[in-house]
Design a protein around this ligand. Structure first.
Ligand SMILES: [Zn+2]
Length: 85
């Protein structure tokens, strides 16, 4: 997906988020535990070390945390469809 950022990639690789299973252009939270988020931060740290993302580790981790906060638990399009039924 072209709107995927490196922060999304870290969260996807950790399995913390996933694309909507109905194929909508939304990411949703796949799991919401501390271990998963720590895993995402570890992946993010590696991405900075490998030079896959610019900037410092601290900046990128903050960006990953901010990105996760904006990801809904349920896909808004699926939710709207459920309300119509
Ligand atoms: Zn959906």
């Amino acid at each position: 997906m072209d709107w995927e950022t490196p922060a999304h990639r870290a969260l996807l690789r950790a399995g913390v988020i996933e694309a909507c299973r109905e194929g909508h252009e939304w990411y949703v939270r796949a799991l919401d535990d501390k271990a998963g988020i720590q895993h995402a931060y570890a992946i993010a740290t590696n991405m900075v070390r490998k030079g896959e993302v610019p900037g410092s580790r601290r900046e990128f981790i903050a960006f990953v945390a901010e990105t996760l906060e904006q990801i809904p638990v349920r896909c808004p399009i699926c939710e709207a469809a459920d309300q119509v039924l």
